[in-house]
Design a binder for this molecule. Structure first.
Ligand code: PHE
Length: 501
């Protein structure tokens, strides 16, 4: 019998939230009766039928220093396969001996024919060990009483095996008659700190492991305890489907503008040079209109534009029309105006929206794709996105425009914004918007107030604040990129590791 007290870790204070419900139940039971508790007693007192719960609770309380756990490991003897057989049919030497006593003249041959072949030989060996010998072909024995007594003792052992018996060693030496098994018996005893825990603190409580919306609707959580989590443990990152960072960024920008009272407009990216440039008073000989800068289409090569509109653009471009402007001079080509192209900026969306709604004050935005013949490098792509917007209302002015853009970038997380004078053929005054990032000012877009050359032919009378900004530039800031191409190469590892925007 070996007995060793389990190590207990005594802590000065045990926080009740540290005890599991089974630990509380067990400690409460043990406070009711001090002294040793066996597993059976615990199962009974705590109304459990799962030994594992009882052992875990006892172990847990021992770790808290509230109980002592004593382990007694003991060896026991049970019958082996031959032992089971002997228990039913009798030990081999007992069967042989009673045969010899009944047949005093029996020879070795008789024995062999009355018993199994593999029994006779070893059986005779066992009898010889007890003092039986063969003389003149017959079995004789000087002290048959002692043989009787020894066989009776052995039979008794088989019917009631015990490790403490003197015959244990004898049977250990015989094949498959007995087996020795180790067993551990645990007992638990409450410690003085276990006794000192007030019973009121051992009430079992519902422990909440997951906070759900349903849970928060009721009041039950107010009384409940929450299962503590160790947030410093390593955990695997869940790999689930998610939006591409560009899409996520678009969604975020969209909700900011919607929140600021803007409505979204969407339009086709196949447009005419007339709407993309002429309506915006971009001269027909402007370098940006060249083949090497703009994608003109073969199909549709040209798209019809309302002749009245063409006539008013012609007048504006050639001499300023009814405005005070002198226009660009030269000759305006209606053919050039009707050329099909891929839009080079989203200003083509807002200007068409205004042409359709020239009198209705509005705040609209678009986040859409534009195309320019750029060679691809670290900061350029031939296909990219712009964030476009306008405010048209009586009294709209430059201050309102700057405030709107500052508010937008502030909501995006860039509070430092500045504007600088710039030039666009369609706005006056014109601005460049810059955002401070890692100590440097970065240009993110253009803005201004539409010129009369743009608004008058369309019948617009209120001032229009307008802006157009690069989405990919902003994405580079948000995601901390120094190469714009990273956004579109579908690098799964990179995509997985992007922040949630
Ligand atoms: N369309 C301009 C660009 O593509 C930006 C801009 C829009 C400037 C509206 C002024 C007003 O850069």
């Amino acid at each position: 019998m070996k007995a060793k007290a389990f190590k207990t870790y005594l802590r000065p204070v045990v926080f009740m939230a540290d005890l599991t419900n089974p630990e509380r139940r067990l400690l409460a039971a043990m406070q009711g009766r001090h002294g040793k508790w066996t597993l059976e007693e615990i199962l009974d007192a705590c109304n459990w039928d799962d030994q594992a719960i009882a052992v875990a609770a006892g172990h847990g309380l021992a770790n808290h220093g509230l109980v002592t756990q004593i382990e007694n490991s003991s060896s026991d003897v049970i019958l082996g396969s031959e032992g089971e057989k002997a228990a039913k049919e009798g030990l081999l030497e007992a069967r042989l001996w009673s045969f010899i006593k009944q047949n005093p003249d029996a020879s070795m041959k008789d024995l062999s024919s009355s018993f199994e072949r593999h029994e006779a030989g070893p059986g005779v060996g066992l009898l010889k060990g007890l003092g039986v010998s063969i003389q003149g072909g017959k079995f004789t024995c000087e002290d048959s009483d002692s043989v009787d007594a020894e066989i009776a003792a052995r039979s008794e052992f088989i019917s009631n095996p015990s490790i403490d018996s003197g015959l244990y060693e004898h049977f250990k030496g015989r094949r498959n008659l007995i087996e020795t098994v180790e067993s551990i018996e645990r007992t638990w005893e409450i410690t003085s700190s276990g006794k000192s825990i007030p019973a009121s603190e051992l009430k079992e409580v519902e422990r909440i492991a997951e906070i759900t919306p349903e849970l928060l609707q009721g009041d039950s959580w107010k009384e409940a305890e929450f299962r503590p989590y160790d947030v410093t443990l390593e955990a695997t990152i869940p790999r689930t489907g998610r939006s591409h960072p560009m899409q996520a960024l678009i969604e975020r920008i969209r909700s900011i503008f919607l929140e600021m009272g803007f409505s979204e407009i969407v339009d086709d990216y196949v447009q005419t040079a007339g709407w993309n440039m002429d309506s915006l008073f971009i001269p027909q000989d402007h370098p940006a209109r060249e083949m090497q800068d703009t994608f003109y289409l073969d199909e549709p090569k040209s798209i019809k534009i309302n002749p009245e509109l063409l006539a008013s653009w012609k007048a504006i471009h050639e001499h300023g029309g009814d405005t005070e402007s002198t226009g660009w001079g030269g000759e305006f080509s209606e053919e050039i105006s009707q050329k099909g192209l891929l839009r080079t900026h989203t200003t083509v969306n807002t200007i068409q929206y205004l042409a359709e709604n020239p009198k209705k004050p509005c705040r609209v935005f678009a986040i859409d794709r534009v195309f320019r013949k750029e060679s691809i490098d670290r900061t350029h792509l031939p296909e990219f996105h712009q964030i476009e917007g306008i405010i048209m209302e009586p009294g709209a002015n430059l201050g309102m425009l700057v405030t709107t853009l500052k508010t937008f970038y502030e909501k995006m997380g860039y509070p430092e914004v500045r504007v600088r004078p710039a030039y666009f053929p369609y706005t006056e005054p014109s601005l460049e918007v810059e955002v401070k990032w890692r100590g440097k000012w970065l240009e993110l877009g253009g803005a201004g107030i539409f010129r009369p050359e743009v608004t008058e032919p369309l019948g617009i009378t209120d001032p229009v604040c307008a802006w157009g900004m690069g989405l990919e530039r902003l994405a580079m800031l948000v995601l901390g990129l120094d190469d714009i191409r990273q956004l579109y190469i579908s690098d799964l590892e990179w995509l997985r590791n992007q922040p949630i925007l």
